[in-house]
Design a protein around this ligand. Structure first.
Ligand code: SF4
Length: 369
C-alpha cells in the first residue's frame, strides 16, 4: 500500500503508526518518482517514507502530468492546470502543504489535453486549487478563458468541465467564453463556504453575500441552463444561530443543483483552529442535518421537474444486467449523482440520447431512445 498526496506530505512517517500495513509514503515533491518507489517497495519488507522538505521546488515549477496512466475510465480525465493557492482561508491548510499558486504553462496544459484526447478522453475536468486564478501569477489577464478557448479546438473532445471556481474570480469574459462554446459545458463547481458576511470575513473569503447573490443571478441570466454545484462549511468558529439561519435562507434562495456540506473541522496549524469561539460538536451536527434536509428538498424538486425532459448522457459503466451508469452534463464524475439507463445498448465512453422517466432520490432514471 502506497500513500501519496496532501495527507502524506502533512503527516509524513507518523502515518506508519496510524495506519498499519503501509509500504511507502510519498511526499508531493516525490510524486514523479512514484513508479520507482513502487518497484523498490516490492524488493523489501521495510516500509519507506519518500519525503522532501515542502516547497523544495522553484516557486514557478509545476510537475508534468503528461504520459500518465489513466486508472479510471478511459473516456474521462482530470486536467490539472495549476498547483498551490495564494488565498488565506483561515480554515484551510492546503497553501501550507502545496505552496503558492503557480500555473502550468498554457502550451503544456493544452499538450497534455491533446494527449488525453488522443487516448480516448471525451470529458476533461479542469482542476486546481483555484481555477479562476490561472495565469495571474504570470501577469496574464483572462488566462482561464484563453486556455478554455484553446482546449475547445480539440476535435474529439466533447465536454470541458470547470471545477474549483473561486466566486470572486468569475469575470464577464469567463461567462462569455462558457456561453459561446458548445464544448465548455454549463457546469460550475463553485465553493461558496458560507453566506453570512461576518463568517465570510472570519474565513478570510473575498466574497460577501450580496456579491454572491449578484454572481448567481448573473450566471443564471447569462447562461440559462447552467448547473451550479457548491460546498459550504457549517459550525465555523463564531457561527451564531442567526448566522447559520442566514446560510440556510441563502441556500434555499440560491437553489444550487448540488451541494456538499461539511461540519467545520479544526485543522491543525490554521488560524481558525486557534479561534476561541468554537461551535460545540452537537450543534455542528444538528446544523449540518438541517442544511442537508433543505438541500434534499431542492434536489428532489429539481429531479421531479426533469421528468419528461430529454437529455444526452455519457456512459461510464454498464452492469452485467445491461444497466448503464451515466451522466448528463450537470453531473460531474465521482462527486455528483448519476443517470441510470436500463437495457442500454451503448458502450462506456459513448453518448446516448434519452428521456428522464423517473428519479430515485438524487439519481435520474433514463430511457434510452
Ligand atoms: S479553501 Fe481553497 S481558496 Fe481557500 S486557501 Fe484553501 S485551497 Fe485556497
Amino acid at each position: 500500500m502506497v500513500v501519496a498526496g496532501c495527507l502524506s506530505q502533512r503527516i509524513g512517517d507518523a502515518l506508519f503508526q496510524e495506519v498499519p500495513g503501509i509500504d511507502a509514503i510519498v511526499g508531493l515533491e516525490q510524486r514523479d518518482n512514484i513508479s520507482n518507489i513502487i518497484l523498490d517497495s516490492f524488493g523489501t519488507s521495510q516500509p519507506g517514507a519518500y519525503m522532501e522538505p515542502l516547497l523544495g521546488r522553484s516557486k514557478h515549477e509545476i510537475g508534468d502530468d503528461s504520459t500518465r496512466l489513466l486508472i479510471g475510465p478511459r473516456h474521462s480525465a482530470y486536467l490539472r492546470i495549476s498547483e498551490g493557492c495564494n488565498h488565506t482561508c483561515t480554515f484551510c491548510t492546503i497553501p501550507s502543504i502545496r505552496g503558492p499558486f503557480r500555473s502550468k504553462p498554457q502550451a503544456q496544459a493544452v499538450e497534455e489535453a491533446r494527449e488525453l484526447v488522443e487516448s480516448g478522453v471525451v470529458e476533461l475536468n479542469i482542476v486546481s486549487q483555484d481555477t479562476t486564478t490561472y495565469e495571474r501569477d504570470l501577469k496574464q489577464r483572462h488566462g482561464l478563458a484563453r486556455l478554455l478557448e484553446q482546449l475547445a479546438t480539440l476535435d474529439q473532445l466533447d465536454w470541458i468541465r470547470l471545477m474549483y471556481i473561486y466566486p470572486a474570480g468569475v469575470s464577464d469574459r469567463l461567462i462569455e467564453t462558457i456561453q459561446s462554446s458548445d464544448k465548455i459545458i454549463p457546469y460550475l463547481d463553485m465553493p461558496t463556504q458560507h453566506a453570512n458576511d461576518g463568517v465570510l470575513k472570519a474565513m478570510k473569503r473575498a466574497d460577501t453575500q450580496a456579491r454572491l447573490r449578484d454572481l448567481i443571478e448573473r450566471l443564471r441570466r447569462e447562461i440559462p441552463d447552467i448547473v451550479i454545484r457548491t460546498t459550504v462549511i457549517v459550525g465555523f468558529p463564531g457561527e451564531t444561530e442567526e448566522a447559520f439561519s442566514e446560510l440556510l435562507e441563502f441556500i434555499k434562495w440560491a437553489q444550487y443543483d448540488a451541494l456538499g456540506a461539511f461540519q467545520y473541522y479544526r485543522e491543525r496549524g490554521t488560524p481558525a483552529a486557534a479561534m476561541d469561539n468554537q461551535v460545540p460538536a452537537s450543534v455542528k451536527k444538528e446544523r449540518l442535518e438541517r442544511l442537508m434536509l433543505a438541500q434534499q428538498e431542492i434536489a428532489f424538486a429539481k429531479n421531479s421537474a426533469r421528468v419528461g425532459s430529454r437529455i444526452s448522457c455519457l456512459i461510464d459503466t454498464i452492469s452485467e444486467e445491461g444497466t448503464a451508469t451515466a451522466r448528463y452534463y450537470g453531473q460531474a464524475p465521482d462527486i455528483d449523482s448519476v443517470c441510470l439507463i436500463p437495457n442500454c445498448t451503448a458502450q462506456p465512453g459513448e453518448f446516448v440520447e434519452g428521456r428522464v422517466v423517473d428519479y430515485d432520490h438524487y439519481d435520474l432514471l433514463v430511457k434510452q431512445d
